[in-house]
Design a protein around this ligand. Structure first.
Ligand SMILES: Nc1nc2c(ncn2[C@@H]2O[C@@H]3COP(=O)(O)O[C@H]4[C@@H](O)[C@H](n5cnc6c(=O)[nH]c(N)nc65)O[C@@H]4COP(=O)(O)O[C@H]3[C@H]2O)c(=O)[nH]1
Length: 785
């Protein structure tokens, strides 16, 4: 405002100055013109001095029309403090020139008057006023400032300072406990509002703090619960960063490696090396892959030694997890040692025999295949020894299975000690063992010699006495040997060759060693040929069923028959069942042939019964081979066939050998019981040749004992056989069983049997086995007796 005022003042001053100059010129020009006209120097000087009398005019010159100076004068310019301002806002000096004209002379110029004005001097009153205005303004403003300062201090600043002091003393942990007090006389104004708003804010802060504390507490508790859950999990949980450092581990994991959870923090995987039995570098690589997302997750098996020194198998899942601001590998491990042990055990059991822990047949076959390939590749020979214990059943039957088992264990031990470590000792079944002597010699004769030496050593070791409790037991062994590679023979053929050689030993009286030779090879190949012929025989229906009558020793009436298989070979004529039944057995064909026999017998029974030839109480026996009887589906298959035929009641009998019964007595009882329900009775064939014990005889549903024909043959001459036959008859009668004597060829034999109380017989004395038609006639004749 002062500036505007000064500016306007300055303009006004300028105008006044111009007006003044104008009047000065008006007043001065007439005398100056007169002085020029009259060339009056005094007057000119008077005019000049008159002008210089003005303090702001400091230079004056009067000239005529020719420019000659009539009079001039000047005054010194005063020094002022305002000149610099004048130069800044206007010019420092200003020159005015006025033309001098003489009245009555028209416009002709008689001369000029020139004078220069000192603008600074001319503006001196303006500067004076301006100084006054500014000074007064400053004074007023200063007064106002002081006044306002005190007013504000009292009314605003002081209350505000009090408020600030109160605010800074607020306890931030308990904002709700602090109150801001109202300032006197300011309850209803803005300060009052500030106080009440601040107090409300403090309450809100207190509330939100309380809420936050409650949330924090809940979070801490839930974190603690989760931690407890993870800690108490029966699995090991940990997290590792990409450098392999544990950033977390639960108790199970920490305990496992003998640390506590705090020690596990920042523990590096390599610190676990005393426990970790796998490749640490590989583990870190898996961690990295999982963390970097190259694989979604990884499941692996790890092998550890626990802090207690036990070997432990873990199944570990590794998966990515975001842990705070870092991506890590979450590692969850479960102890699968038990499962693993069970797996190892199962694998071991699949390849080993449970009793002796020796490799079993599966293992033997695999290993032998490998050895055979090796021997062929490197051109050397090895040998396979098939060992069967002689009369082992006697021990089992007379002393019980535990003793038998102990002997088998000791035999296994002796076999292992008799061979080199790289050789193989296996148990095939029961009392059958196989020894594979690997890498014997490149020369076959030398290899055979070496095999013979070892075979003999084994035979001797086996026949050394076995101690059980106080008893001294003796067992001998029959050893069959085959040197391999043998032509193109497979592993199974090799085993069969050695088995054949072993049987040769048995046939020659046991307790010896025998090599598989060409004669045996011929026998084997003949068996193979026969196997093919038997297949064809079954296909084209070459088999026939013959019937041998069973006769009552006293009445000589027919009480039944035994069905016997006959094979009229198209080229070789009748082949004895003694020769082809073992081949049927070995090839498994016996099952199909046995079913054919059963069906054929059923058909015959139905035919005879319909013809009225089959009297009630008569029985037709069929022979059941061990392999047939042991089949899981045997009962089911027989019942399926029986269901198809309407047989006379209790007319079918099955002959089984003692060997079948002994193998698995419980299973045998169950099979026989099942079939007995369908009206099938059982006869024990070849009785006396085995090691039957009365105890199992009592528990079996057997109705008939058949005395083997080898005892009947010499019954007349041999006292021992007589005693044996008499004993069997007496025993059978005591047990309520029928006794049938086989192979009765002569009358004296029958007489003796009758005397001993034997019920029935069969043999050439009455009739050999005869075909269906002939037996039908036999029955008719018998009926007519
Ligand atoms: N020396 C002499 N022998 C007599 C006399 N009476 C009968 N035989 C013969 O003695 C054998 C009795 O049969 P096995 O002991 O069950 O012995 C049978 C039996 O174990 C088996 N077999 C026969 N047929 C079958 C069958 O259908 N299935 C099964 N699994 N085995 C059968 O073959 C063996 C031999 O049968 P086969 O050669 O028919 O020989 C029969 C029979 O012909 C006699 O007075 N003197």
């Amino acid at each position: 405002m002062s500036s505007i005022q000064l500016y306007l003042d300055f303009k006004g001053n300028e105008e006044s100055l111009e007006n003044l100059i104008k009047r000065v010129i008006e007043v001065t020009t007439p005398p100056a013109a007169r002085a020029v006209h009259t060339l009056d120097d005094d007057l000119s000087l008077e005019v000049v001095n008159g002008l210089l009398a003005y303090d702001f005019i400091y230079e004056v010159t009067i000239s005529d029309e020719l420019g000659s100076v009539l009079a001039s004068g000047n005054e010194p310019r005063p020094k002022t403090s305002t000149r610099w301002i004048t130069k800044f806002i206007a010019e420092d000096s200003r020159t005015y020139v006025a033309r001098l004209t003489i009245p009555g002379y028209g416009d002709s110029v008689a001369g000029t008057i020139r004078f220069t004005v000192d603008v600074d001097v001319a503006l001196a009153p303006f500067f004076e006023r301006s100084g006054l205005i500014l000074g007064a303004g400053m004074l007023r403003n200063a007064f106002l400032v002081i006044l306002l300062f005190f007013a504000f201090h009292i009314m605003l600043t002081r209350p505000l300072i009090r408020l600030v002091r109160q605010m800074s003393s607020i306890d931030l942990d308990k904002p709700g406990a602090s109150r801001i007090e109202y300032v006197a006389d300011h309850r209803d104004d803005e300060l009052g509002q500030l106080v009440s708003t601040t107090n409300k804010l403090l309450d809100l802060m207190e509330l939100s703090l309380a809420k936050r504390r409650a949330v924090e507490l809940a979070l801490r508790r839930s974190e603690e619960h989760i931690r407890q859950i993870i800690d108490n999990l029966p699995v090991m949980v940990g997290a590792r960063n990409r450098d392999g450092n544990y950033i977390f581990a639960n108790k199970a994991l920490a305990n496992f490696v003998g640390k506590n959870t705090a020690e596990m923090q920042n523990c590096h995987v390599s610190d676990l090396l005393p426990f970790y039995l796998n490749d640490i570098a590989r583990l870190m690589e898996i961690d990295r892959n999982v963390i970097e997302g190259e694989v979604a997750s990884e499941v692996m098996e790890e092998n550890f030694r626990s802090a207690g020194g036990k070997q432990v198998f873990l199944q570990t899942h590794i998966m990515p997890m975001d842990f705070y601001d870092e991506r890590v590998a979450l590692v969850v491990s479960t102890d699968i040692s038990e499962r693993k042990q069970a797996q190892f055990k199962m694998e071991f059991m699949a390849y080993h025999d449970a009793l002796t822990n020796l490799p079993n047949r599966v293992h033997l076959v695999e290993r032998l295949e490998h050895e055979l390939r090796r021997a062929r590749r490197h051109g050397y020979h090895g040998a396979l020894l098939f060992i069967d214990l002689d009369h082992f059943k006697t021990i089992n039957d007379s002393l019980g299975h535990p003793v038998g088992d102990e002997v088998l264990i000791q035999v296994a031990d002796r076999l292992l000690k008799a061979v080199r470590e790289e050789d193989l000792v296996a148990r095939l079944s029961g009392d059958e063992f196989v020894v594979v002597l690997t890498v014997l010699d490149q020369d076959i004769s030398a290899a055979a010699l070496r095999a013979a030496e070892v075979g003999e050593k084994i035979r001797q070791r086996i026949s050394e006495p076995y101690l059980y409790d106080e008893m001294e037991l003796r067992v001998s062994g029959s050893v069959g040997i085959v040197v391999y590679p043998e032509a193109d023979s497979t592993v199974h053929e090799l085993i069969r060759f050695a088995d054949t050689a072993m049987y040769q030993v048995k046939e020659r009286g046991r307790d010896a060693i025998e090599f598989f030779n060409t004669e045996m090879a011929d026998k084997v190949s003949q068996q193979l040929l026969m196997e093919g012929d038997l297949h064809r025989a079954l296909e084209v229906g070459q088999f026939e069923l013959y019937y041998q009558p069973k006769i009552d020793c006293t009445t000589l009436k027919t009480i039944g028959a035994e069905a016997l298989l006959r094979w009229p070979h198209p080229e070789k004529g009748f082949i004895s069942p003694v020769d082809f039944i073992p081949v049927l057995e070995a090839s498994g064909l016996i099952v199909a042939v046995g079913e054919w026999v059963l069906e054929e017998a059923c058909k015959s029974l139905v035919a005879w019964s319909e013809a009225g030839l089959w009297q009630p109480g008569m029985r037709l026996s069929i022979n059941i081979s061990p392999r047939q009887f042991r089949r899981k589906t045997f009962v089911q298959d027989v019942k399926a066939i029986l269901d198809q035929y309407n047989l006379p009641e209790e007319s079918l009998d099955m002959e089984i050998t003692e060997g079948v019964v002994i193998q698995n007595i419980d299973e045998t009882i169950s099979t026989m019981g099942n079939l007995a329900e369908s009206g099938v009775s059982f006869s024990l064939d070849d009785f006396g040749t085995g090691y039957s014990s009365i105890s199992y005889l009592k528990s079996l549903p057997v109705s008939t004992l058949k005395i083997d024909r080898s005892f009947v043959r010499d019954i007349v001459d041999d006292q021992n056989d007589r005693v044996l036959v008499e004993t069997i008859v007496t025993m059978g009668s005591l047990l309520g069983m029928d006794v049938v004597a086989e192979g009765v060829e002569e009358e004296p034999q029958l007489e003796l049997l009758k005397n001993y109380g034997c019920h029935y017989y069969q043999g050439y004395l009455s009739s050999p086995a005869i075909p269906f038609d002939k037996f039908e006639e036999w029955l008719k004749l018998d009926g007519d007796k």
